[in-house]
Unconditional design. Sequence first.
Length: 463
Amino acid sequence: MEIRRIIELLRHGTPGESIKVQGWVRTKRELKEFAFLDVNDGSSLQGLQVVVNQNLPEYEQTLKLLNTGSSVSIEGELVASQGKNQRVELVAKAVQVWGTADLETYPLQKKRHSFEFLRTIAHLRSRTNTLGSVFRIRNACSQAIHQFFQDRDFMWIHTPIITASDCEGAGEQLAVTSLNLQDVPLSEDQTVDYSQDFFGKPTYLTVSGQLEGEIMASAFCNVYTFGPTFRAENSNTSRHLAEFWMVEPEVAFCDLQGDMDLAEAFLKHVFKSVLEQCPEDFEFFNLRIDKSVLETADTIINSEFERITYTEAVNQLEKASRKFEFPVEWGLDLQSEHERYLSEELFKKPVIVTDYPKQIKAFYMRMNDDDKTVAAMDVLVPKIGEIIGGSQREERLDLLEQRIVAQGLPLEDYWWYLDLRRYGTVPHAGFGLGFERLVQFMTGMANIRDVIPFPRTPLNAEF
Ligand code: 4AD
Ligand code: MG
């Protein structure tokens, strides 16, 4: 018999169809002569209501096994539902219980659990309503991201996870520790001491695929990465992870203006597409997590992002009527409270801040004519602050060399990066979107640890 996904049955199932579903029992409601099960297979927020009655062989024994958490395959016939929450329900004709779950010990009980508690059972929390919706939205976001770039003729490139260079120059790299193996002979006269030096030099987990992205953009014009990145920031905040996913487009023959236009079109597309694909999940977040989720989506899709320079932003912050915890002064980096003030309170929509002081930005950003600021842009959004960081890159060899030296980075390590400026250099630009910050922003989830299946943060790497 045909196995069907529950989302599809809820949307298109017709009474009279004989079908089979499989999933996990969320709840069981026993009445005198029959019982209702809520079965969920992860395809939708809502489960399928299943009626189990005494026509079922071994009704009593089977019913005992059908506790919350048990896994089942159920064959039966769809009937029109009496309840107002669903169009159809399933009358079970045959039930196979694959795995039971002990009521006493199964950690996911009917009541609402705190997200803190759910983090301690990350292996089970995907079966809850909220995390289920988060991960469906996460999937829809991934799809929308690829769609956006593929439709615009961008090539998806794969950049290395293990690297010897520090893209951001911020010293936040996690070191790749060497394997503790014995010397293994490569050939008769060559050995590698694996305990010392597998790659022959210190290596790290990548903080960004940008530099390799620039290499590929120098051949294919429009490229993007979408992969894991790592940062050893010791910041236990609700917006930082040690392992997070980043989307990094890189575009040849593009300036800062084009970069901002791309970022804005990109966010608009992703919101629109996910809203279309996951309407029920969006409604759920709006109702249960954050009442402004749908309004925010509407603002992203329909309003023009504000664009101001860093200098203007500092002026606005200095004029702000409210006190900030961190100082506001030209030359200092904006803190998340400042970023949030600008987008949440002052403009009430996304704000793109450009032209930051050179001393607070990475070496690769293009120097402006004032010799004080660089062609950087950060996209700031309500509740999150910075969601995207990008820039036009320095394409002039001499200026790039000066910046690398000025930031105390070893010039010789960047010989290949400098070669891109020696041979056929072009103006180019790109940005990085923190994927989890996007999902957090979209769903209204308060903590970034609850939008990635297995969060990695200081002192936390279970499994
Ligand atoms: O602003 P960042 O550091 O920019 C770069 O890495 C550039 N190389 C990107 C580029 O131009 N190709 O990081 C980009 C984004 C941030 O705006 C933020 O959304 C996210 O990555 N991000 C983090 N997300 C979660 N946890 C962390 N620890 C993050 N650090 C940065
Ligand atoms: Mg940044």
